[in-house]
Design a protein around this ligand. Structure first.
Ligand SMILES: [Zn+2]
Length: 122
């Protein structure tokens, strides 16, 4: 089975092009054009679209996920940012939680009743 190694293509593009001064639209267009660029086939007197140089022949079909680009857009803090992000999250939680109107016991944002005096949350 031949599959397109999108991971290698995106990583190669990102390592050879600065994305800093480009808009997402422009980056997308440039990447598409880059994939379609005619490139020389080593040892042969012909050119092929660059896309074809990222076609991999895989024997087993079990795991093609290694060839997929990482398109998960959720923010995952890492390294030194992790602690800062955790603090920000905690601050946000404190900000939005409230205290019991009856006994002033701190309530979780999810609790509907005060666990201490049983008053209904307002
Ligand atoms: Zn209470």
């Amino acid at each position: 089975m031949e599959i397109f190694n999108g991971r290698a293509a995106t990583e190669e593009y990102m390592s050879t092009h600065s994305l800093t001064f480009s808009t997402p639209e422009m980056t997308l267009k440039k990447f598409a054009l880059w994939l379609g660029d005619q490139v020389n086939v080593p040892g042969k007197n012909k050119t092929i679209p660059r896309l074809l140089t990222y076609i991999n022949d895989v024997n087993n079909q079990s795991d093609s996920s290694g060839f997929l680009p990482d398109t998960d857009e959720s923010f995952k803090p890492s390294g030194a940012v992790t602690d800062m992000f955790k603090e920000m999250t905690e601050v946000a939680q404190v900000k939005y939680s409230s205290n019991c109107h009856n006994c002033n016991y701190p309530l979780k944002t999810t609790s509907k009743f005060c666990p201490k005096c049983g008053s209904k949350r307002h």
